[in-house]
Each structure stands twice: as C-alpha cells, then as structure tokens.
Design a protein around this ligand. Structure first.
Ligand code: ATP
Ligand code: MG
Length: 242
C-alpha cells in the first residue's frame, strides 16, 4: 500500500485551476520530487496534500485514509508534515520554542525529549542557538530549524517546499545530506518540491514534473534525463541551483 496516493487531483483558486489531474503514489521510504518552474503548481499541490486547500477534484489518501475534510492537525496525527515554502519560522520566538511547536500535538513527554535530543544531534548547528530568536539564524540554519520542527511532529512523511530556496550551493548540499541521512535513520518518506530537476537526478529519485499545472513527465528522474525529455519540459531551468 502506498503511504500517499493522489488520484486525478485538481486544485483551483476560484476560477483558476492551478493543478490539473495529478495521479501519484509515494511508497514508504521513497523520495519523490515535484519539479517545475514558477507557477507550475508545486506549492498548490503540497498545500492540498497538507489539507490547507481542498482539491476541486480527485482523491488523496494518506496511510490508507482518505484525507477529504481532514484539517492539517488531523494529517499531522496521521504522520504527515509540510515544511512550507519560505519555512514559516517564528522569528521572534527562540529556536527551542520553534522546535517545541512541532511537538504541540504530542503528549508523550519522554518521546518528545528523545526527539529533541535526536534533532540536536542530527542538526548540530541548532544546539548553540537554542535560546536565540529564530529570526537571527542564517537562511541555512532556518532551513535546518524548519526540518527539525517537522521531525518533532514524529512525521513519517515530510513534504518540503523548495528546501534550497535562497541558499548557497554548499548549504543546499548540506541540507540534502541531512535529509538523506534522516531518511535512513528514521525510515522517512520525503516529498520535495524544487524548481530544478537536477537534485532528483542526483539522488536517483522519482520525479513528477509540472508545468502550468499540468503533469509533463513522471518516472525515475535518471530515466527521464536519459530520454532528454527534461530539458524540453524545463527550458531555461537546466542551470538552476538545486
Ligand atoms: N493564493 C492564491 N490565489 C490565487 N492564485 C494562486 C494562489 N497561490 C498560487 N496561485 C496561482 O496558482 C498557480 C500555481 O502557483 P504555485 O504557487 O502552486 O506554483 P509553484 O510551482 O509553487 O511556483 P514557485 O516555484 O514560484 O513557488 C500560479 O498561477 C499562481 O499564480
Ligand atoms: Mg511554490
């Protein structure tokens, strides 16, 4: 059974249909990329999966449960967390408080403490900054914090909207090294939106390419790259950083 399944999903903002007829299955432990240029519908699709937007058509199933009518909190309880575009860190709260927000639905005190230790071991850059306002962190540190906050929910499926946004190439590499390590250690499933498809090719992931709300390609990123269908779909985006 797929951990996440989308069947013929369309998402609209009033009269504008921003995502059309997406069908996608994500299995336990997989990494799947959504790639496409500005306005492709990546964030819209992730918001629909996260229960922030209701699909105008189609069905989304998380761990076998149809998500229609479920709000974000219910989806967190089912093991799904979204790291939204722009990270949405609370800048005036401390790093520790931002991490604690990830665990706000949980009551298992021991598990929360254990996860806090895990997060600070895996994301050591956060440790010396725990008492600092999160707004003072660098962009890379804020991305680590957003990932840490997602881990504090105990999610088994984490969706991340453009983790590389605004980061220098070296930092992007670091973020991906951490994500891949976390995937191993926690058996995490990752759904990652990026403008560029290059990272999907690099980590040998499955890829769904969107353009103007339409699926313009799907499959193993390396197979798609070998068919040279990616360049055409992403004309002008081959050089993007991620
Ligand atoms: N809140 C909104 N209200 C109306 N239209 C929206 C809204 N958010 C996005 N759109 C439109 O939906 C389409 C898809 O936007 P979306 O933000 O999902 O793209 P994206 O692939 O995430 O792009 P980017 O790479 O720039 O983040 C665009 O045409 C956009 O203008
Ligand atoms: Mg977006």
């Amino acid at each position: 059974m797929s951990l996440l399944a989308l069947s013929d999903v369309s998402v609209s903002y009033g009269p504008l249909t921003a995502v059309r007829n997406v069908t996608l299955e994500v299995g336990q432990g997989e990494i799947v990329f959504l790639a496409g240029p500005n306005g492709a519908g990546k964030s819209t699709l992730l918001r629909a999966v996260a229960g922030v937007l209701a699909p105008s058509q189609g069905k989304i199933t998380l761990a076998g449960t149809p998500t229609a009518g479920l709000r974000s909190e219910a989806l967190v309880r089912l093991g799904f967390t979204l790291v939204p575009e722009g990270r949405e860190i609370f800048g005036s709260l401390s790093v520790a408080e931002n991490l604690a927000i990830g665990a706000y639905l949980r009551r298992d005190r021991d598990g929360i403490d254990e996860d806090m230790d895990f997060v600070l071991t895996e994301l050591p850059a956060l440790k010396p900054r725990l008492r600092d306002p999160a707004g003072l962190l660098s962009g890379g540190q804020q991305q680590m914090l957003a990932i840490g906050r997602a881990l504090m929910t105990r999610a088994s499926l984490i969706a991340i909207d453009e983790p590389s946004l605004g980061l220098a190439p070296k930092l992007i590499d670091q973020v991906y090294d951490i994500l891949l390590a976390l995937r191993e250690k926690r058996d995490l499933t990752l759904l990652i939106a990026e403008q560029s498809f290059l990272r999907a090719v690099e980590v040998d992931a499955r890829l769904l390419m969107l353009r103007s709300g339409h699926v313009v390609g799907s499959g193993k990123a390396r197979d798609l790259a070998a068919e040279r269908s990616l360049e055409g779909s992403f004309f002008g985006f081959e050089g993007a950083a991620a």
